[in-house]
Design a protein around this ligand. Structure first.
Ligand SMILES: O=P(O)(O)OC[C@@]1(O)O[C@H](CO)[C@@H](O)[C@@H]1O
Ligand SMILES: [Mg+2]
Length: 277
């Protein structure tokens, strides 16, 4: 039977690639920085222009679908997931990296139907790596199949995480205490490239065994969650419970053994849900 969403996924790949070209061009010119929730939560005209381009390109083909985009929500659009086919988009994941020219910047396009992720597209546009995952049909990077690491020994792992954009000293203490505990298990190393979408794609590629973060948004992880699952990995809440796209919390790993070992070390702190009133 033909895949009802294959054409949508093919379109998402083409749109992500064009959006990536826009970002690469913008990297050659001055980036005017604006702030959102704080002086370290950055946005630029490029974020807004790329999101408008992606929305317009998708709406043209799928006018009845719903959209959740980072910059539209920042401008006051509701962040509510319904049963309707919904595109969940981060036009520039790694805006701080973009502003600084740090070469990990991704276009993240997730597609969800009846609240179930159907496919994810993450285009790491400086690296020119197109990561894709289609429910039940595997995960790929530039057309080559992705498979998570087969490592089950926590001491042999690299774990991705991020410092986030919360500068409340009590939150920063929890972030650092978690990273300290994990590092001293010990593990081989902690890394983070400044974009959840690429952090998750690196788990799917087997380059690192896990990634977790509290404070991300649905648009950061909607695509990566499908890519990790389709590469044979697991996606869950940082407390080991089921993954909740709107919870602002995510833990992905190559397998349940590594994931549950990490859950023991994560100091959880509150983060307001994406769909909170
Ligand atoms: O606002 P942006 O750039 O679209 O995304 C925010 C983000 O890059 O910041 C976090 C780092 O703490 C990442 O996990 C997340 O993807
Ligand atoms: Mg973004």
């Amino acid at each position: 039977m033909a895949d009802p969403w294959q054409a949508a996924m093919d379109h998402a790949v083409a749109v992500a690639r064009k959006a990536g070209e826009m970002i690469r061009e913008a990297l050659q010119s001055d980036r005017k920085i604006m702030c959102k929730s704080s002086s370290v939560d950055l946005v630029t005209k490029t974020d807004q222009q790329v999101e408008q381009f992606i929305f317009a390109s998708i709406r043209e083909k799928f006018p009845t679908h719903s959209f959740i985009g980072e910059e539209s929500v920042a401008a006051g659009e509701p962040c509510l997931l319904t049963e309707n086919p919904t595109w969940i988009i981060d036009p520039v994941d790694g805006t701080t990296n973009f502003v600084h020219g740090f070469p990990f910047i991704a276009v993240s396009i997730g597609f969800v139907v009846k609240k179930e992720p159907e496919f994810g597209v993450v285009y790491s546009c400086v690296e020119d790596k197109m990561y894709t995952g289609r429910k039940g049909k595997g995960a790929y990077c530039n057309g080559l199949p992705l498979q998570v690491s087969d490592q089950t020994n926590i001491n042999q792992c690299i774990v991705n995480s991020e410092m986030g954009s919360n500068r409340d000293p009590e939150v920063v203490d929890k972030i650092f205490s978690t990273i300290r505990k994990i590092l001293c298990i010990p593990i081989h190393g902690v890394r983070g490239v400044g974009t959840a979408a690429v952090n998750m794609s690196l788990v799917a590629s087997g380059a690192v065994e896990a990634y977790f973060e509290i404070g991300i948004h649905c648009w950061d992880v909607a695509a990566g969650a499908v890519i990790v699952t389709e590469a044979g990995g697991v996606v869950m809440d940082v407390d080991g419970g089921p993954f909740d796209l709107m919870s602002r919390r995510v833990l992905v790993a190559n397998n349940k053994t590594i994931a549950t070992r990490l859950v023991k070390e994560i100091d959880v702190f509150p983060a307001k849900r994406d769909d909170a009133p």
